[in-house]
Design a protein around this ligand. Structure first.
Ligand SMILES: [Zn+2]
Length: 371
């Protein structure tokens, strides 16, 4: 299968399954670790499938995800005396980086015999899963929290997915999808937060960025964190490059959260290994409003191992960064994506990112479907 499933905390091995496999001892989702030193690139393969060696073995299902533009900062970077480049993930087929994960997840689940898929999502992951399920000819059921963006819901519906609106907090949508999958064994929980196959797809961002930068690593990558898939995908992607001897160091990864919902940043400040239980407040950064990230401990480990940090932002800071990206850079992103940019000045001020550093900011999703 191109690699193996292991517990990211204790290293215990796991078996391939359609439902997200977890560690019996640590009760956390398993992670996919690619085998060492296989053919790294497959020229001519569609989209990010040229990095197929990073993914569990499966027949590629592609809408052309990946190969997103790398856009140098015109104003914000120079103003801060930093070399900033944006990786424009809004250019993916459904408008967000989640397409990287969904393409691999649906490919692998199809290979393992799944016939019906379900997930809980506030929007972007749901849209990505619905699109790739449609492409694969598999029915999809999406459990969405009440109050999700109407434009994202319209997109999910357009792909023919069955939409289930769940009243109450975000966690209620997770409980609803778990209950549905328990009740209906044919229904597979295609979880973007827990499935190792989704996470494996996100690691292509690390490889692509390194290639875009002509094989020079960035010093820092600043990433919005909710479920933590993007940060972990980057971490494991760069880790695989290092394990295979392609690179010798790692960029520092910085996790950004809205102060309204910051279980990781609060744990980081408190110096503890587990996410801090929080009562999520409303935030414009709806895509990272995850009060209990299933991979929380894994995220904190990755932050420490990369030498990075975690920080929070106010609602005003996030909206100001969204405006700045549009007016100073010509990039219209959703508020969740703007958090990384909003964090940049703070990280510079605190000394976490020194003058002249090379910084990559993945802009996770388009602004066209926010609001
Ligand atoms: Zn374990």
């Amino acid at each position: 299968m191109n690699g193996e499933l292991r517990c990211p905390l204790c290293g215990a091995g796991g078996t391939w399954a359609v439902q997200p496999p977890t560690c019996r001892d640590c009760h956390v989702p398993l992670t996919f670790f690619p085998s060492a030193a296989r053919g790294v690139e497959r020229p001519g393969a569609p989209g990010h499938w040229r990095y197929q060696a990073l993914f569990p073995q499966a027949e590629p299902l592609s809408l052309g995800e990946g190969n997103t533009p790398l856009v140098p900062s015109a104003r914000v970077g120079p103003e801060l005396a930093l070399e900033v480049v944006f990786k424009w993930e809004g250019a993916n087929p459904t408008g967000s980086f989640k397409d990287r994960g969904a393409s691999v997840l649906v490919s692998v689940l199809r290979e393992l015999g799944a016939r019906k898929l379900a997930d809980d999502s506030s929007g972007n992951a749901g849209a990505a899963l619905a699109a790739y399920a449609a492409r694969a000819g598999l029915p999809a059921r999406l459990f969405v929290p009440e109050g999700a963006s109407p434009k994202k819901l319209a997109q999910i519906r357009a792909y023919g997915a069955h939409l289930v609106s769940v009243p109450g907090p975000r966690a209620a949508a997770t409980e609803a999808v778990l209950a549905a999958c328990a009740h209906e064994p044919q229904l597979v929980y295609a979880s973007h937060n827990a499935s190792p196959y989704f996470l494996a797809g996100l690691s292509s961002l690390a490889w692509e960025t390194w290639e875009d930068l002509e094989h020079v690593l960035p010093d820092h990558v600043v990433v919005p964190v909710g479920g933590g898939g993007l940060l972990l995908g980057l971490y494991y992607g760069f880790s695989a490059l290092r394990a295979w001897g392609v690179i010798s160091s790692m960029p520092k990864l910085h996790a950004v959260q809205a102060a309204a919902c910051a279980p990781i940043a609060e744990a980081w400040s408190a110096g503890v290994d587990h996410p801090v239980p929080v009562d999520a407040q409303p935030t414009v950064a709806e895509g990272i409003r995850v009060a209990r990230p299933p991979r929380g401990q894994e995220i904190l480990r990755a932050l420490r191992a990369s030498g990075g940090s975690a920080l929070t932002l106010t609602e005003g800071e996030i909206l100001e960064a969204q405006r700045e990206l549009a007016t100073k850079e010509g990039l219209y992103v959703e508020p969740t994506s703007a958090t990384a940019m909003a964090a940049l000045g703070k990280l510079k001020q605190s000394g976490a990112i020194p003058e002249g550093a090379r910084v990559v900011i993945p802009l996770t999703g388009t602004g066209l479907k926010s609001g």
